[in-house]
Design a protein around this ligand. Structure first.
Ligand SMILES: Cc1cc2nc3c(=O)[nH]c(=O)nc-3n(C[C@H](O)[C@H](O)[C@H](O)COP(=O)(O)OP(=O)(O)OC[C@H]3O[C@@H](n4cnc5c(N)ncnc54)[C@H](O)[C@@H]3O)c2cc1C
Length: 409
């Protein structure tokens, strides 16, 4: 069995690992457009802040690939595939025949117009190790940055820049910081905590254009206001990298469409990670890309298609670290405030517990601590009596009370 994998991020790497452990004899060739060995992408902000050096974030040492007979084509993209003859061609001239092909080409950062249209130095997306070292060098000479986007990755990148000594202006189109994980009150609290760490937030704000004579000097907002800055960091979402898949004629929507076995619309061609659109449509996360890679690796190593296993998505971890602050958001946190809920603030800690109209716990968020998270998670779906809901809005709530709650009959 000859297996060819395009992309050596965590999805491609995990697939190679799984395929090798299920087929010790298969030929496995891993193409990587990047020149570095696979690394922990979520640790890039730490490279920007200088907390770790690039060589501390590699997933495996060089020997790992040799010991597993995984042939690694570093710095070579897979550029052409002929699904009829099952031939693949690399950008440095490799020509290979394959029995199974896995596309694990990841994603590219989405660049809003203001960033994309500015052609001089000063605009920095953060996706690759090269991006991180570029941003680190730029940060050394800068005092003020503008950051497009206050999602999780954006705030991590912003945190790295504040750690490197910069003041960071965050432009966020929504009226909340970290809009997918906060309510108005947790957003306000998070904003206050982060403002004490050299963040300045501009909510309901959008960049109109970037300006500068020889390099970036200013970002002008749609409101007409201008922010003088030396660098513009961009974290405004991702675009799945589907060009190889499109050239092959595979079905793509928000990503490369795959079935429960992670097989694309072309038999023998699979896709996993940020480039793929699985039936559950989740993505953009490390543990998901790894789980998909492992599942795809197992399936491509099966000579008999009946031996394949359907992919079971992992539960994404609910406890996040946002710029050094703990934040958990589970289920429906009802940012519009339409459902019965208990909210409580105490110092830098905030929590909100949301019930369905029938009184069942359907979501919660906790900021600034992990206390109570395990108990609240265990109480999801259970009926919460009125006196417990009332007590949940008081500081010092005894979370062991949640252990007595029961699922509805
Ligand atoms: C700064 C940052 C912080 C993050 N933090 C978190 C976090 O805290 N938690 C979390 O869950 N997730 C986080 N993520 C997201 C997570 O890192 C990604 O979901 C995950 O890395 C996706 O892995 P992947 O293998 O699908 O794609 P990628 O890691 O993008 O790898 C794809 C690889 O394929 C290469 N490639 C593309 N086309 C070709 C081709 N034709 N031939 C060969 N190679 C090709 C690309 O160059 C790339 O190296 C973060 C991401 C970033 C950028």
């Amino acid at each position: 069995m000859n297996i060819v994998i395009a992309g050596a991020g965590i999805a491609g790497l995990s697939a190679a690992e799984a395929a090798r452990s299920h087929d010790p004899k298969a030929g496995i060739v891993l193409f990587s457009a990047e020149r570095q060995r696979p690394y922990y992408r979520p640790r890039l902000p730490q490279v920007v802040s200088g907390e770790v050096s690039p060589d501390q974030i590699y997933v495996h040492p060089e020997e790992w690939f040799r010991e597993r007979s995984i042939e690694f084509r570093l710095g070579e993209s897979l550029i052409e595939v002929n699904p009829e003859s099952r031939l693949a061609r690399g950008s440095l001239g490799s020509r290979l025949s394959y029995d199974r092909l896995l596309i694990a080409t990841g994603a590219a950062p989405f660049l809003p117009d203001a960033a994309r249209n500015f052609k001089l130095p000063g605009v920095y997306p953060l996706r690759t190790l090269l991006d991180a070292t570029d941003l680190r060098h730029a940060a050394r000479k800068a005092r003020t940055a503008v950051l497009l986007g206050s999602g999780l990755l954006g705030l991590e990148a912003g945190h790295a820049l504040t750690e490197a000594g910069l003041t960071v202006h965050v432009l966020e189109m929504s009226d909340r910081v970290l809009p997918f994980q906060t309510t108005p009150r947790s957003s306000a609290k998070l904003r206050k905590i982060l403002e004490a760490k050299s963040f300045i937030f501009h909510l309901e704000a959008e960049a109109e254009r970037a300006e500068g004579a020889e390099r970036l000097e200013r970002v002008v907002l749609k409101s007409g206001a201008g922010i003088n800055c030396e660098l513009l960091a961009v974290s405004a979402g991702i675009v799945p990298e589907v060009s190889l898949a499109s050239a092959l004629g595979l079905k793509t929507e928000r990503g490369i469409v795959v079935d429960q076995f992670l097989e694309t619309t072309s038999p023998g061609v699979y896709a996993a990670g940020d480039c793929a659109q699985t039936p559950d449509r989740r993505g953009g996360m490390w543990i998901i890309a790894r789980a998909e890679g492992l599942a795809a690796g197992f399936n491509i190593a099966q000579a008999d298609p009946a031996a394949r296993k359907p992919y079971a998505p992992p539960r994404p971890t609910a406890v996040l670290k946002v710029a050094g602050v703990d934040l958990t958001a589970v289920g429906n946190i009802d940012p519009e405030g339409k459902l019965p809920a208990a909210e409580c603030e105490e110092g830098d800690v905030y929590r909100k517990v949301v019930l369905s109209p029938a009184g069942l716990l359907i979501g919660f968020t906790v900021l600034g601590t992990r206390n109570g998270v395990a108990e609240l998670t265990g109480a999801m779906g259970k009926a919460v009596p009125g006196d417990v809901l009332e007590a949940l809005s008081e500081p010092g709530f005894d979370f062991s009370r949640l252990r007595d709650l029961r699922l509805p009959d």
